[in-house]
Design a protein around this ligand. Structure first.
Ligand SMILES: [Zn+2]
Length: 270
């Protein structure tokens, strides 16, 4: 194989791997940011659960204060009842007492509801706290992994950079300039040619060009996409002789040379 072609094929592998590593390194902080955002969500969930418990407690305190207020009123009404002059006044006071008692009973119901709610609110807080703890551990682990991976990738990149410089210095300038141009435009600059087609853009190459590519002895570019083409003999397609028609060996060979399939054939053997 042409030495430049061989180096360019290798160079493309190096360039692609380097691009992959650069992308990976760039993606790692984004990944860490995403887990940190998730962590913040868990923190918010814990805060919300705590706030709910706090509000439950203050509501209960308020209701207890209300009950105390109504109880004081009842005491007051009852003491007033001993000094009233008329039955109407007395009935009015008893009505007030009854109303206050109803209020107390309503407050007690609400306190009971709040206490039941508190149980599930405390459970929710425990769950949120446990999740936060797990998530915090995961974040630290992920961050450490990202740091290790970044360091590894950067080391690999340094090695590739060196290899790249070595390969580039061995390729002639025109071929290298072409390679760089196509690489910039298409993110890949080399393509295999198979069955007379560029395997990157699938456009057919001319028979003359195909023969040049098959030789692998010169830099041949795809007329359509500009990629540098090479031939891999392992992918050569050997046309199979048509098994339906019985032919002599001689005739079969002639057909492979390009005789059309539709040729009328009546006498298979001479
Ligand atoms: Zn092409």
């Amino acid at each position: 194989m042409n030495a430049d072609l061989e180096r360019l094929i290798e160079l493309e592998k190096v360039d692609r791997e380097a691009a992959r590593l650069i992308e990976e390194v760039a993606g790692l902080p984004k990944r860490v940011a995403a887990i940190e955002a998730k962590l913040a969500e868990h923190k918010a969930a814990v805060e919300k659960a705590k706030a709910q418990i706090k509000s439950n407690e203050s509501s209960r305190r308020q209701l207890e204060a209300d009950i105390k207020g109504f109880q004081e009123k009842i005491v007051k009404y009852k003491s007033q009842s001993s000094s009233v002059k008329t039955n109407d006044e007395y009935r009015a006071l008893m009505h007030e007492v009854e109303f206050a008692e109803k209020q107390i009973s309503g407050c007690e119901d609400k306190i009971l509801e709040l206490m039941l709610a508190l149980e599930s609110e405390e459970k929710a807080l425990k769950v949120a706290e446990a999740e936060l703890k797990t998530e915090t551990g995961d974040v630290e682990k992920e961050k450490a992994e990202a740091r290790v991976r970044t360091a590894e990738d950067e080391k690999l990149l340094a090695g590739l950079k060196e290899k790249r410089a070595g390969l580039r210095s061995g390729v002639n300038d025109t071929a290298l300039a072409h390679y760089d141009r196509v690489m910039r435009q298409r993110k890949s600059a080399i393509a295999e040619a198979r069955e007379q087609k560029c395997m990157a853009c699938f456009v057919m190459v001319r028979p003359q060009t195909w023969q040049e590519i098959r030789g692998n002895e010169q830099i041949v570019t795809c007329n359509s996409c500009g990629r540098i083409l090479y031939f891999d003999p392992a992918h050569e397609v050997v046309p199979e002789p048509a098994p339906a028609k019985r032919k002599t060996k001689a005739r079969a060979e002639v057909e492979v040379e390009g005789e059309p399939e539709s040729t009328p054939e009546t006498t298979p053997t001479q």
